[in-house]
Design a protein around this ligand. Structure first.
Ligand SMILES: [Zn+2]
Length: 99
C-alpha cells in the first residue's frame, strides 16, 4: 500500500517498507505542524513527576495516587488543592517539579 504517487518527493521515513503508512502520515503531519510542539509540551506536563520536599515522596502521574482515589494518568496540576502528600501530609505547595 502506497499513499503517495511515485511523482511525489518521498520523505525518508516513507522509504522503509515495513512501516505502517498511516503511522508515517501521522508522524509527518505532526512534525510539520506548529502544534506538534504544543502536544509535545503537553505530554511533558502530563508526565511531569513532582517530589515532596519534606519526605522525598515522588508523585508519578502514570501511577496516580490510589490511596487518595487519584486515577492513573492524572497530572500534578489535576490534583485537587486539598490533596496532600500520602507519606507525610505535606501540601501541594511543598512539592517541586523533578528535572
Ligand atoms: Zn511528603
Amino acid at each position: 500500500m502506497n499513499l503517495l504517487s511515485p511523482l511525489d518527493p518521498v520523505p525518508a521515513i516513507f522509504n522503509t517498507a515495513n512501516r505502517a503508512p498511516l503511522l508515517d502520515v501521522i508522524i509527518l503531519l505532526v512534525f510539520r505542524c506548529d502544534w506538534a510542539k504544543y502536544f509535545a509540551d503537553l505530554n511533558l506536563i502530563m508526565a511531569q513527576k513532582y517530589q515532596c520536599t519534606i519526605c522525598g515522596y515522588i508523585y508519578d502521574p502514570e501511577k496516580g495516587d490510589p490511596d487518595s482515589k487519584i486515577a492513573p494518568g492524572s497530572s500534578f496540576a489535576d490534583l485537587p488543592e486539598t490533596w496532600t502528600c500520602p507519606q507525610c501530609g505535606a501540601a501541594k505547595d511543598d512539592f517541586k517539579e523533578m528535572k
